[in-house]
Design a protein around this ligand. Structure first.
Ligand code: HOZ
Length: 423
């Protein structure tokens, strides 16, 4: 740590005595890029500021939620109005009904919804429901797919698990993954075989947790057809892609319909939220309509629904998605303009630069990337005032708050990082 990080270093020292590894989520420790964590003080628009007063153009975006940038005025106003009326009731509210209507209006396949407090919880609920609705146990997941820190799906999982080199975590009972079938991402033939007798396949329609990996042409449609043939459900994990790559998420962008779809991140406007939903007939298996139990004290929380509604309202105009697409394209172009030699996978405003020897289409090709090179590049970027995800296997996010000036600043930092970090 340098003088530039003196206060962060002090806080990290304190944190290590009271928080495991000094953090509350492993990748934040920044070990994967060979440095200690940066403690954040505040955020606004496209920027975060650390406790030492350094400003960064932010491409972490809180791992996805900050689609309008940080602290957008509409969210601040909504929270300020909601706060004095109570932070949690544990009882139904009008606002959660309006929230569910707003989500359903954007995503017609969601005939019924259940809210949760995180994307992980949404996935847990969707898996249980899929098993209850089909009477089958096996779940197919992709190698490198990440769906939260859930026992049954922490098998060959991407994101923090891959970043830390433990894609199948100790502590997960063998029984928890006994009914989990693994297939390579973008391998339709393997999925077709694995789906026989399965309750469901759960998939990130654009993989975002082995770095960004788009679906091959026909892959999602092929999965849909295979599910229809086998009676398995198609569970789309749109925790990252929902409301990001289109208002209707991957379902809208790729014209595929999931039986169940999971959300988190963006729909909570930066507060802890998740939701899953789908066809009314399937959702009717869930308690209290049906026997499949799922619950949560903070589900439908009044602050989270206030923030979420404000964000969903701002995402109603096609212009936002045009801006997000052009922002993503501009960030991609910035790498080229800066002369950084990387392979970029991009879908709209989410992208990953891979230091990989060949095109990245699945977990094997993603993990062939030179992570040490990513680490030195990311460290140099941070020193230059740009905040990338501190792992090769996460997505960079552009928000609607990133201006041309922010992108020009990013190009300069990328060029500088390329010079100082290249071997
Ligand atoms: N690894 C998770 C994102 N894909 C979240 C990490 C965090 O919030 O630290």
């Amino acid at each position: 740590m340098s003088m530039r990080d003196a206060r962060s270093a002090e806080l990290f020292e304190r944190a290590r005595h009271v928080l495991v590894g000094g953090v509350n989520s492993p990748v934040r420790a920044m070990r994967a890029i060979g440095r200690d964590p940066i403690f954040i003080d505040r955020a606004a628009g496209a920027y975060v500021w650390d406790v030492d007063g350094n400003a960064y153009v932010d491409y972490l975006a809180s791992w996805g939620p900050a689609i309008l940038g940080h602290t957008p005025p509409a969210v601040v106003e909504a929270l300020t109005a909601a706060l004095p009326r109570g932070t949690s009731y544990g009882a139904p509210t009008e606002r959660e009904v309006r929230f569910a209507e707003a989500v359903r209006d954007a995503v017609p396949s969601l005939e019924r919804l259940r809210m949760t407090s995180s994307g992980s919880e949404a996935v847990m609920g969707a898996l249980r429901l899929a098993r209850a609705a089909t009477g089958r146990e096996p779940i197919v997941k992709t190698i490198g797919g990440y769906h939260g820190a859930i026992d049954g799906l922490l098998a060959e999982a991407g994101s923090g698990a891959t970043t830390l080199g433990v894609p199948t975590s100790p502590g997960v009972p063998a029984g928890a993954t006994a009914a989990t079938r693994l297939v390579p991402y973008n391998d339709l033939a393997a999925a077709e075989v694995a789906l026989a007798g399965a309750a469901a396949i759960i998939i990130e329609p654009v993989a975002g947790n082995m770095g960004v990996v788009p679906p091959a042409a026909g892959y999602l449609a092929g999965l849909r057809a295979a599910c229809d043939r086998t009676g398995a459900l198609l569970i789309l994990d749109e925790v990252i892609t929902g409301f990001r790559i289109a208002r209707g998420g991957a379902q809208e962008l790729y014209g595929v319909t999931g039986d169940l779809v999971c959300y988190g991140k963006i729909i909570g406007g930066g507060l802890p939220v998740g939701a899953f939903g789908g066809r009314a007939a399937i959702m009717a298996e869930l308690a209290p309509e049906g026997p499949c139990y799922q619950a949560g004290t903070l589900s439908g929380n009044p602050l989270a629904t206030a923030a979420g509604l404000a964000v969903l309202a701002a995402l109603c105009t096609p212009q936002v998605y045009e801006d997000l697409e052009s922002g993503g394209a501009a960030l991609e172009a910035a790498f080229d303009d800066a002369g950084v030699s990387v392979r970029i996978n991009r879908v709209g405003s989410m992208l990953t630069p891979f230091f990989a020897p060949a095109p990245v289409t699945d977990y094997a090709s993603a993990t062939a990337s030179d992570t040490a090179r990513y680490g030195s590049f990311a460290r140099a970027l941070l020193a230059g005032g740009v905040y990338p995800p501190p792992s090769q296997f996460e997505a960079w996010f552009v928000s609607s708050a990133h201006s041309d000036e922010d992108l020009a600043r990013t190009t300069a930092a990328l060029a500088q990082a390329e010079q100082t970090s290249a071997a």
